[in-house]
Design a protein around this ligand. Structure first.
Ligand code: SF4
Length: 497
C-alpha cells in the first residue's frame, strides 16, 4: 500500500462452530496486521473471506451458490479478492477453483496463518493460489486475533480430535489433537483480562482430553483451578467435553473454583447404547446419566445442555425411545437437536440403514417437543431467583421493542431484563454486570422485569461503549492492543460434535 492508497477493506463470512468463529478472529487479526481494515457497514469490501463448515450435507452447494453470486462483482471489479478457507476448503481443495475460477485463494484448516501471503501472491502472479496442508503449520493461537467482544473471549486449549465418531468429519479435516502448553493458555487469558475481558471460554473439540499430548491426564482440571487464580477473571466456561473422558477431578475442579461457571455442555448424541456403539462413542447411557448425577450432587444449580442426533443410520423406534428416556431423566436445560444427514467423507455416510426423511422428521419433532417441555419446566423453577448477568451485545432480537437489554446468567441462561431502578444512575452497557430477579421463564429464555438490584460499570463496558475490542498479538502473548471492531460474523449454525 502506498501513502495515497486507501487501505483495502475486508469482510469475513463465518459458517459453522465456535472453532470457526475463533479462527475468523485470527484471520481478522492477521489481515489487520497486514494493513487491511474491516469493511464499513454499507460499503463494498475489497476482500471477502469465507470461513466454511463441512458439517451440513449441502454445505458445498450453498458455498458454490454464493460464490456464483459473486462472479458479476468480480467481473466488474477485478481488484476484488475472494478467499475460501475452513473445513470445506480442506475437503474440496483444488475443486473450489475448478468450479469457481474467480476465487483467488483457497487455504485449509492447518494454515490459516498463510492467508495474507497467499493473497499477496495471488495478486502478484494474477492467478489462484491453493494451499492445503496435511498437518498444523503453527498452533493457531500463536497468530494475532481481533476479538469479537470486549467482555468475553474464546481461548483455545487444543485443536483436532483423537476420537473417531463415525458421523464426524472433524478428525479428517482438523487432524489429531494438539494441545497447547498450560503456561501459554494462561498467559493469553491474563493478557485478555488485563484489557478488561471478564469471561473466557476454553475451547477444544474435546476439551477434557486436554493433556493427552504431554501425558497429563489431569491437566484439564488443573487448568480450571489455575484459571481460578487469575485476578479479575470473573467467569470461566469451556466447550465441549466428551462424556467418555469426563472424570471426577474435572467435576471437583469446577465445584472448587469460584469463577468456573456451573454450566456444562455434555453431548449425548443418542440414548441408545446400540447406536452409541455404531457412532463409536465409547460411553453408554448409564455412564452418561451417572456423570450428570455426580455434577448435580456438588453443583445442584448446574445448567446442563447437550447435542442429540436423531435418525442415525440403523436407528430403530426402540433406539429412539431410549433417547427420549435419557432426555426425560437428564433434565437438560436445553438441547441442540440435529436430524442426521450424511456428511461425505464420514464412515456413517456409507452405512446401511439410512432412514427415510419422514421417519427422521417425525422422531425429531417428538424429541423437540419433549425437550421444549423440559426446558420450560426447568426455566419456570428459576422464577424468583436472583441472578447476576454479564450484559451482552446483540443477544436480544426484540430488545429495542421491549425496552429491555439482555445478558447471560452465570449458568449460561439468556435473560432479557429491564435496565432500570434506583441502582441505575448511568446507562447500562454491554460488558457491565447487573443483578436482578427472574420474573418469567419461557422455554428458551428468562425475563427479569423488576428493578435492577445492582449495576456495576466495568472496563469491558467502557471499551464496548467506545467501540473497542481487544486484539491479541499472538506472537509474544504480551498485552493486547485495542482498535476498531472487526466485522461481525454471520449467524453461526450449531455443529453436532
Ligand atoms: S464428534 Fe467430537 S469427539 Fe467425536 S470425532 Fe468429532 S470432534 Fe471428536
Amino acid at each position: 500500500m502506498t501513502e495515497n492508497q486507501a487501505p483495502r477493506a475486508y469482510q469475513i463470512r463465518t459458517f459453522g462452530c465456535q472453532m470457526n468463529v475463533h479462527d475468523s478472529e485470527r484471520l481478522a487479526g492477521q489481515l489487520e496486521d497486514a494493513g487491511y481494515v474491516p469493511v464499513r457497514a454499507g460499503s463494498k469490501p475489497d476482500l471477502i473471506v469465507f470461513n466454511t463448515c463441512a458439517v451440513r450435507e449441502n454445505a458445498d452447494n450453498k458455498l458454490y451458490g454464493t460464490l456464483g453470486h459473486l462472479r458479476p462483482d468480480k467481473v466488474a471489479n477485478p481488484d476484488l479478492q475472494i478467499a475460501v478457507g475452513g473445513c470445506l476448503a480442506q475437503k474440496d481443495r483444488g475443486e473450489i477453483v475448478k468450479r469457481a475460477p474467480w476465487v483467488d485463494v483457497v487455504f485449509g484448516t492447518h494454515n490459516i496463518g498463510s492467508l495474507p501471503t497467499l493473497l499477496e501472491r495471488a495478486r502478484h502472479n494474477a492467478e489462484a493460489e491453493v494451499e492445503i496442508l496435511e498437518s498444523l503449520e503453527t498452533f493457531p493461537s500463536t497468530l494475532p486475533a481481533r476479538r469479537e467482544s470486549s467482555y468475553a473471549s474464546w481461548v483455545s486449549v487444543s485443536v483436532g480430535c483423537n476420537n473417531t465418531c463415525t458421523f464426524c468429519i472433524v478428525p479428517a479435516l482438523r487432524g489429531k489433537e494438539r494441545d497447547r502448553r498450560p503456561g501459554e493458555i494462561l498467559a493469553e487469558v491474563e493478557a485478555l483480562v488485563a484489557e478488561g475481558v471478564l469471561e473466557v471460554t476454553l475451547l477444544g473439540q474435546n476439551v477434557n482430553s486436554y493433556g493427552v499430548e504431554f501425558g497429563d491426564r489431569l491437566a484439564f482440571g488443573k487448568l480450571l483451578r489455575a484459571c481460578g487464580t487469575i485476578d479479575g477473571l470473573e467467569r470461566v466456561r469451556f466447550t465441549s467435553p466428551h462424556p467418555a473422558a469426563f472424570t471426577s477431578d474435572v467435576i471437583d475442579a469446577m465445584a472448587a473454583t469460584p469463577n468456573v461457571c456451573h454450566q456444562l455442555h455434555m453431548p449425548l448424541q443418542s440414548g441408545s447404547d446400540r447406536v452409541l456403539r455404531a457412532m463409536k462413542r465409547s460411553y453408554r447411557s448409564a455412564r452418561f446419566l451417572k456423570i450428570l448425577d455426580e455434577v448435580r450432587a456438588v453443583m445442584p444449580d448446574a445448567a446442563i445442555t447437550t447435542d442429540i442426533i436423531v435418525g442415525f443410520p440403523g436407528e430403530t423406534e426402540e433406539d429412539f425411545q431410549a433417547t427420549l428416556d435419557v432426555v426425560e431423566q437428564a433434565r437438560f436445560s436445553s438441547a441442540f437437536t440435529f436430524q442426521y444427514s450424511k456428511r461425505p467423507g464420514t464412515p456413517a455416510a456409507t452405512m446401511d440403514g439410512q432412514l427415510p426423511k419422514e421417519v427422521v422428521q417425525e422422531r425429531y419433532e417428538r424429541l423437540v417437543e419433549l425437550q421444549n417441555a423440559i426446558s420450560w419446566d426447568e426455566n419456570k423453577k428459576i422464577v424468583g431467583r436472583r441472578v447476576e448477568l454479564l450484559v451482552a451485545e446483540g443477544e436480544g432480537r426484540k430488545d429495542a421493542e421491549t425496552h429491555r437489554m439482555s445478558g447471560r446468567a452465570r449458568d449460561g441462561r439468556l435473560v432479557h431484563f429491564t435496565p432500570a431502578g434506583a441502582h441505575v444512575d448511568r446507562a447500562v452497557r454491554p460488558g457491565d454486570v447487573v443483578e436482578t430477579v427472574v420474573t418469567y421463564g419461557a422455554p428458551h429464555h428468562l425475563v427479569a422485569d423488576g428493578d435492577l438490584l445492582s449495576h456495576r460499570r466495568t472496563r469491558a463496558g467502557d471499551n464496548a461503549e467506545a467501540g473497542l475490542r481487544p486484539k491479541t498479538s499472538g506472537v509474544t502473548l504480551g498485552l493486547p492492543g485495542f482498535g476498531a471492531p472487526a466485522a461481525r460474523p454471520e449467524p453461526v449454525s450449531g455443529c453436532a460434535l
